[in-house]
Design a protein around this ligand. Structure first.
Ligand SMILES: Nc1ncnc2c1ncn2[C@@H]1O[C@H](COP(=O)(O)OP(=O)(O)OP(=O)(O)O)[C@@H](O)[C@H]1O
Length: 248
């Protein structure tokens, strides 16, 4: 029986806007089990990144509860949230976010060098091999292709065995061949590590990597179902368009 890594209940989160405020996430409730891979889709501005940032402990909930790996994020101090982000969460962004003055190996070890969980040399070697960068482990980021840089970011996110991996448009800067390779890698790593994956994407072919797809509209979840219901990305794409049109 799988246990929830993420439990979100009646989450609300907004921002100040001019003299007023806007509510971006409106009453979100959501559970993601260990080993589950969830894609979040939604139009620009629907609140996808805000949701990811709350799950990653980068933004506090205004109300409701957000529990990840047994920790109630809304009640934690800034110092505890820093440790949470470093030790429990692997972040993967569209822009890769590598440190230009550190080589491949050092970038992968960055969270551990910043005081996080120690990474055994054998685990580092295995991860570098899995992402296909054994021959480039001492290379600097500016000498790598976009696909290679994203593989470094994936290795960095996963090497210390986080409970949760959060990916925000991770294929946004990749061509179709690198996107396909990343899909294979994501699925392999996800299966091997058994952590929960939450991935934000606009692309139906990328959402099909996941077990489940959640659709956000104007800060509310308007659908949540298994990707096994779709024969392929085209079917998911037309379902998605229909869902956004039908939702109030
Ligand atoms: N720090 C902030 N201050 C004020 N408003 C914000 C802030 N961050 C996000 N917003 C607003 O919240 C809304 C949701 O933003 P969010 O980035 O979560 O959307 P998104 O679904 O990820 O969009 P996209 O697909 O374009 O990345 C937008 O209207 C955005 O302008």
């Amino acid at each position: 029986m799988s246990s929830p890594v993420i439990s979100v209940s009646h989450l609300k989160r907004g921002f100040k806007s001019g003299s007023g405020s806007i509510t971006v996430l409106k009453d979100i409730s959501l559970t993601v089990n260990r080993g589950e891979f969830v894609a979040v889709m939604g139009a620009s501005g629907s609140g996808k990144s805000t949701l990811l940032n709350v799950l990653g402990g980068l933004l506090a909930p205004d109300s409701g509860t957000v529990t990840v790996d047994g920790m109630d994020l809304g009640s934690m101090s800034d110092a505890s949230l820093t440790v949470y982000r470093r030790d429990r969460v692997g972040f993967i962004f569209q822009m890769f976010n590598l440190v230009g003055t550190l080589n491949v190996e050092e970038n992968i070890l960055l969270p551990s060098l910043a005081g996080g969980r120690r990474v055994a040399p054998a685990a580092l070697d295995a991860m570098i091999e899995k992402v296909g960068l054994s021959h480039r482990r001492h290379a600097m980021p500016d000498t790598l292709s976009g696909g290679e840089q994203q593989r470094v970011a994936i290795a960095r996110a996963l090497v210390s065995g986080p409970a949760l991996v959060l990916a925000d448009e991770p294929t946004g800067n990749l061509d179709s061949e690198n996107t396909r390779l990343m899909g294979d890698l994501f699925r392999d790593l996800h299966r091997a590590q058994g952590c929960a994956f939450v991935l934000v994407t606009h692309a139906p072919d990328v959402a099909m990597w996941a077990d489940r797809v959640i659709v956000l509209k104007d800060g509310s979840i308007v659908d949540d179902r298994s990707t096994a219901e779709f024969a392929g990305p085209a079917e998911l794409s037309s379902f998605y368009e229909r869902t956004l049109n039908d939702a109030l």
